[in-house]
Design a protein around this ligand. Structure first.
Ligand code: SF4
Length: 441
């Protein structure tokens, strides 16, 4: 039997507390942004008198608890740290796991007893889970429109023609390193070229591994992470070539062969809009006021160089969890994460501010969160679980390895069974090489 009353102030894995009186800072999406199957849940949510957990959870409980009871130990709820509003705490409240993209990818694989995996995050994360999933595990995303804008500028139909040109010129010398923020189709490209995937915490290990093989590296999709990684390894930045902006159409490498021939690493030209806003001026502004500045390596190299520390989402969270009482931290990463970190810091006597939120003219508003990730909200989670329990979940929400999703139209291009098997084998190779590189340290 389920507990009909929401319970609060229980310790959680992230260290965050959900209190009845706090506001869930979840902005409401327009009703027509929901799939038809999810609209009845959204209508109820939009009619709630407020967004306090006491209200929202009381509405969620009669849907979520029966689903938890129905699936029992076979259900696994997952969410990423960057999720908007307090959905992270809501997912944790219902027994879910909160993590970064790498930890999410292995979470299901390491729990073979979990057969139904419901993910509140963006598509490439759900697909990474599907690539590593066991055959009897199904992966569902609460909102198929939740995509990563960095990955949306590195779709397979953009990258593969460029990789073909590079392979034609450099043959086996070319090795592709694919950041986690790529589709399975690009992770498979990595696997095929002898390359590996990477995360922001291990990109330096993977690139170093590739360099020791004397390979010419194509790093996809984040140019900033690629450049920061090269700097961290002491590479000659003059031997990096950044490809043209992929949003401007097909890329012809012919005009660039001379500089590409001299390149040690070629950077795909995508970036995360959330992280590119950070500047060295912002870093110095906080440092001059006694703050230690920590930044994510998806940010421009000038800001990373000026900061006191750089690292992945887990590094940033750990820094808040372990900072001595009285510390002051300015963090340069996604806004919702910093909101959660600020609250964690408050519980520990540590002041946390967002690097871009500078109360002075000339710095812009800054501090935006990942809007696409925030498309996973309580009605999407409620609807997904209720529809799964009833056996009527839309197939568009099912995530299979190799799916190519257009996040604007929600069109899902699915591979045939044989193609998918091949893709899974190649993409797994890429992920497994990363794991072997990291564990070999
Ligand atoms: S914060 Fe940036 S990199 Fe992360 S999911 Fe959002 S758009 Fe992608």
């Amino acid at each position: 039997m389920h507990d009909p009353q929401p319970r609060f102030d229980r310790p959680s894995g992230t260290g965050l507390l959900l209190r009845p009186e706090m506001e869930l800072c979840q902005s409401a999406l327009p009703l027509d942004w929901y799939q038809p199957e999810f609209q009845p849940y959204a209508e109820e949510f939009l009619r709630l008198p407020d967004r306090r957990p006491a209200t929202v959870l009381a509405w969620m409980e009669p849907y979520v608890r029966p689903a938890l009871d129905h699936f029992g130990d076979e259900l696994l709820l997952l969410a990423h740290f960057y999720m908007g509003g307090e959905i992270v705490k809501v997912v944790e409240h219902f027994g879910g796991v909160i993590a970064d993209s790498y930890a999410l990818a292995v979470a299901a694989h390491k729990r073979p007893e979990k057969k139904v995996i419901v993910e509140s995050a963006v598509h490439f994360m759900a697909e990474s889970i599907a690539i590593l999933a066991h055959g009897d595990q199904s992966v569902w995303i609460t909102n198929p429109k939740a995509g990563c804008t960095m990955e949306m500028l590195a779709k397979d139909w953009m990258v593969l023609p460029v990789a073909d040109q590079l392979q034609e010129r450099y043959g086996d010398e070319l090795l592709v390193v694919s950041y986690m923020n790529t589709s399975g189709r690009l992770k498979a490209l990595s696997g095929r070229t002898g390359g590996a995937s990477c995360t922001s915490s291990n990109a330096h290990l993977v690139v170093d591994w590739a360099r020791r093989q004397n390979k010419r590296i194509l790093f996809v999709p984040d140019q900033h992470l690629g450049r920061n990684t090269a700097a961290k390894l002491g590479m000659d930045l003059g031997k990096l070539v950044t490809l043209p902006d992929p949003s401007r159409g097909a890329i012809d490498l012919a005009p660039q062969w001379a500089e590409l021939d001299r390149a040690e690493m070629i950077l795909w030209g995508s970036a995360c809009g959330v992280h590119t806003i950070f500047t060295p001026e912002m870093v110095r502004w906080w440092q001059e006021r006694g703050y230690r500045v920590l930044i994510h390596p998806e940010s421009p190299i000038e800001a990373v160089r000026a900061a006191d520390g750089e690292g992945s989402t887990n590094y940033l969270w750990d820094a808040v969890q372990t900072a001595p009482r009285g510390s002051k931290l300015a963090i340069g990463t996604e806004g919702h994460f910093v909101n959660n970190a600020r609250e964690l810091g408050r519980q520990r006597g540590v002041e946390v501010v967002h690097l871009a939120q500078i109360p002075e003219p000339g710095f812009g508003s800054g501090g935006c969160g990942c809007a696409t990730m925030s498309r996973n909200d309580p009605p999407h989670l409620v609807g997904m679980l209720d529809l799964l329990r009833k056996g009527t979940a839309p197939s568009i929400n099912r995530v299979l390895a190799g799916d190519m999703v257009d996040e604007r139209t929600m069109r899902r291009d699915r591979l045939h069974e044989e193609e998918r098997k091949r893709l899974v084998a190649e993409a797994r190779l890429s992920l497994e090489r990363m794991i072997a590189i990291v564990e070999g340290q």
